[in-house]
Each structure stands twice: as C-alpha cells, then as structure tokens.
Design a protein around this ligand. Sequence first.
Ligand SMILES: O=C(CO)COP(=O)(O)O
Length: 253
Amino acid sequence: MTFVRRPLLAGNWKMNGLRAALTEVQRVAAGFAGAPRSRIDLLLCPPATLLAAASAIAAPAGVFLGGQDCHSEPSGAHTGDISAAMLADAGANFVIIGHSERRADHGESDALVRAKALAALAAGLTPIVCVGETRQEREAGRAEDVVGSQIAGSVPPGFAPNRIVLAYEPVWAIGTGLTPTPQDVARMHGFARERLEAALGAGQGPGVRILYGGSVKPSNARELMSVDDVDGALVGGASLRADDFLAIAAAWA
Ligand SMILES: O=C(CO)COP(=O)(O)O
C-alpha cells in the first residue's frame, strides 16, 4: 500500500494569547484562504480559552484548530481539566498530547500520555503525540533509546496511521534557537518511523505524519521541511505572529 502524507503545519501557542490575539488568527485565516491550500494542512492550537472564538474565525478558511492537552477521562470530578469531548465541542480537530513541557511540569508518564491519546481518539480528535530527548540524554548517546521507549509507551496500538500524528521535538531545541542538523533530523525521523511500525503494526509506519518541532522559523523551515520523513512542523514561538507562521507555510509553496 502506498501512503500519501499531506504536510501538516501546526502552531502551538502554549500559555500565550489573550482575546486581542484573535487578530493573528484572522490574519492566518486570511493568508491561508488565498494560498494554494491543497498543498498542506494548517493547524492552530491556541489556549483553550480562545478555542471556540478562534474556530469561528479559522474553520471557514479551512484552518484546523487543536487543543494543547486533554484529560484521560471523558468527564468527571477533575477540577481545572479539559476533556477531549470539550475540545471537540469547541471546534478542535486535533490535540497535542505529551508535550515535553507537560511531561516536565506535570510529571506526565508514557502511560498517561497513551491514555490521553486514547481519550482523544474516542472523542474523534487526532492526537499529536510528542516525543524527544533532553540535551543530557543526547550527549549521553541515548537519544534513540529515549525516543524509542517514548513511542513504545505513548502511542496507542491498533489505530490506522492517519488517525495519529507524531511530533519529534528534541527538548534542547525548544525555544533555544538551536536545531539538530538535517542529518540528525533525518536519522531520528527514520528511526521514529521504524518504531511506529512496531507500535502500530506491520505496514503502518509509512502512513503516519511525523512533525519536527524545536526552533522552527521562517529562516530554517525550508531546509528542515525538505528532510526525508519530515511531514510538517510543530511550531511554538514563531506561530504567535501570523506573518511568521505564514512565512513558514510558504516552505511548501
Ligand atoms: O515546543 C514547541 C512546539 O510544541 C517548539 O517551540 P519553539 O518553536 O518555540 O522552539
């Protein structure tokens, strides 16, 4: 079976954005509506407080919306948490799961990340499961071990490859301006695809979109996005301004 992997450019706003920032959503939507949109999927993941308003602006232009986390349970006594169904109800199509900031700030384990991914799938969302090694792990030569075991523990088995997205985000590249070399990105993405094949089942690896994340900017997007097995980007800081985000999207023009 041959798979066509449509590039996905995702913006993770993290804990940034008041209502005034909806003007950036408007500008992304306007820029995308006029672009040859068939080339890529565009996704914005604003804070949950802006999701419904952002969806009203972006969805008509064909821009997808996503959450940044969800609870592993469908509902219940979990003060301050958000369920996958709530995200879907507010207009989300995707949800970022297991971002390294959540793994670090909230002690999320691979098992919890997998449970959250399953909750997302049950609510009809596409989980973007994040993996990546720290600087110490890379320097100790353990990058592949770490990413391999995160994939084995976090990716729910038995789903079609188009229902799950993987994001490789080396922790040391996030918000630092540092990026791996294209050769390192190619090696890690190729390795991740092999491990996805093991996690999802024979023949499934080639169908999964694998995003690169960590200091993606307009100036390096074209080089990083042309690497083998890179099917898009998960962008933090440079997704906050519509001009930068659209300039990254132009890497596929
Ligand atoms: O963590 C990231 C996206 O999820 C990457 O963040 P930066 O693009 O700011 O490095």
